[in-house]
Design a protein around this ligand. Structure first.
Ligand code: ADP
Ligand code: ZN
Length: 213
């Protein structure tokens, strides 16, 4: 099964993708994570995308499509979760072509619905473990008092450079201008399924399970 998780920044796509990886053996393809990895390893591409990302603008279609193509070619595991991709109609078309060329199908597009007020609150409170990617939130899931990640024990909590109000406003604008039209696109293809993303993490998780069967 291959699925797309869609929703604005902070909707909880990454958190839910991790569950699908753990429980179903799916492979998470997060273009955001790939781009951040390119930045921290200091590749040419990482240097090109750094400022763009920090402003909250979209990286070029060419770059992200290239990243996704490489990963699809590497292998499918128990299905792909596309997380943060596609974000433009050109990316959606490229994905359709890549899947077709590989003999894969897209089974579901899940929209995680949240309201904009909640997003700002979530994102400005967010941090992650630099070692394993576990996500923390100052209000709902604070970093453990002993300073060690509850998942892997590392002590390397990080906040993203683009998790500030200005960059977030820009990310939201990019989402509404360029990405939200994809909801109509997948709806018209009969693939869109909506899940309420505002509840507790476990409730959202159950909602997604319910949709995927
Ligand atoms: P978010 O929390 O905003 O969903 P991501 O981790 O998915 O964040 O992406 C972070 C940034 O990486 C985006 O703001 C954008 O600059 C870049 N990026 C990630 N995926 C894409 C994509 N598919 N197309 C263009 N830019 C992307
Ligand atoms: Zn960790």
């Amino acid at each position: 099964m291959n699925i797309i998780l869609m929703g604005p920044p902070g909707a909880g796509k990454g958190t839910q993708a991790r569950f699908l990886v753990e429980e179903r053996g799916m492979v998470q393809l997060s273009t955001g994570d790939m781009l951040r990895a390119a930045r921290s390893s200091g590749t040419e591409m990482g240097k090109i995308v750094a400022d763009v990302m920090d402003r909250g603008d979209l990286v070029t279609d060419e770059i992200v499509i290239g990243l996704i193509r490489e990963q699809i070619e590497i292998g499918k595991g128990n299905g792909f979760i596309f997380d943060g991709f596609p974000r433009t109609l050109a990316q959606a078309d490229a994905l359709a072509e890549l899947l077709e060329a590989t003999g894969l199908t897209l089974d579901s597009v899940i929209e995680m619905e949240v309201d904009d007020e909640a997003l700002v609150a979530r994102i400005t409170a967010r941090s992650t473990c630099g070692a394993c990617g576990e996500v923390y939130n100052d209000a709902t899931k604070p970093q453990p008092a002993d300073g060690e990640c509850s998942n892997c024990g590392a002590s390397d909590f990080q906040r993203r450079a683009d998790d500030n109000e200005d960059a977030l406003r820009n990310r939201l604008m990019e989402y509404y201008k360029k990405t939200s039209p994809l909801l109509g696109y997948y709806y018209a293809k009969g693939m869109l399924q909506k899940v309420d993303g505002l509840g507790e993490i476990d409730t959202v998780k159950a909602g997604i399970s319910n949709v995927l069967g």
